[in-house]
Design a protein around this ligand. Structure first.
Ligand code: VGL
Ligand code: ZN
Length: 214
């Protein structure tokens, strides 16, 4: 049976998956998401009651192929064809060991049981917590969750239409029951990406919660 909503985060078979709540995605950061820091309070409230908490951390080497500055003549937010398909180019962000790559200082990181770093290979970006953008290379998170018998995921963080949505869609395809806590997410919203990803998540059977589970 599905746990009641108020038991969702307390269940041993559920993990809260905190996506990329890092300084560079917050106001003042290199790829700031509007009001990105507004997710910290609701994420912390969920951390307080969650049995299992896993986080992702965008973690790029200098000169990463997803940075516009790594390519002659490219500008941030352009699209470039890579070996694995179309890739949006971004401002330099979340460089390994930089302040921008650190978690937001207000986040209750002590509760993180596992931190999945992604985007550390120079030639391939990774939005999803499960697969890199080639849709083939795994991060290992699926194996970790399966071996802990976790089959239900509650996602929150940054950005709704990129790393949160890609993670949620991969999780649903892998067979997890997935909820996304919309008030604990903020979007980049490039060329209608937010509306597109909301429909894609709904079509995949992902539950989009309009409240923070308590
Ligand atoms: C993200 C763009 C580039 C995200 C990460 O966390 O949504 N977006 N890298
Ligand atoms: Zn990135």
């Amino acid at each position: 049976m599905m746990p009641e909503n108020n038991a969702l985060l307390r269940a041993a078979s559920t993990a809260l998956l905190v996506i990329d709540v890092q300084n560079d995605f917050c106001p003042g950061g290199h790829l700031a998401v509007a009001a990105g820091d507004a997710v910290v309070a609701p994420v912390n409230a969920m951390i307080d009651i969650a049995e299992n908490v896993v986080a992702t951390q965008d973690w790029h080497p200098r000169g990463h192929s997803s940075f516009a500055s790594s390519h002659a003549t490219a500008s941030p937010f352009d699209t470039m064809e890579m070996a694995y398909g179309a890739q949006t180019l971004w401002p330099v962000h979340c460089v390994q060991n930089s302040t921008g790559a650190a978690f937001h200082p207000g986040l209750k990181t002590e509760a993180f049981q596992m931190i999945v770093r992604k985007g550390f290979r120079a030639s391939v970006d990774s939005y999803s917590a499960f697969f890199e953008n080639d849709h083939k290379t795994i991060t290992g998170l699926d194996g970790y969750l399966r071996s802990r018998q976790i089959d239900r995921l509650v996602l929150a963080g940054l950005a709704t239409d990129y790393c949160v949505a890609f993670s949620a869609l991969d999780a649903a395809a892998l067979g997890y029951q997935v909820s996304v806590v919309m008030p604990a997410c903020r979007a980049i919203d490039l060329h209608g990406s937010l509306a597109g990803q909301i429909s894609a998540m709904q079509d995949a059977g992902i539950i989009l919660l309009d409240h923070v589970p308590t």
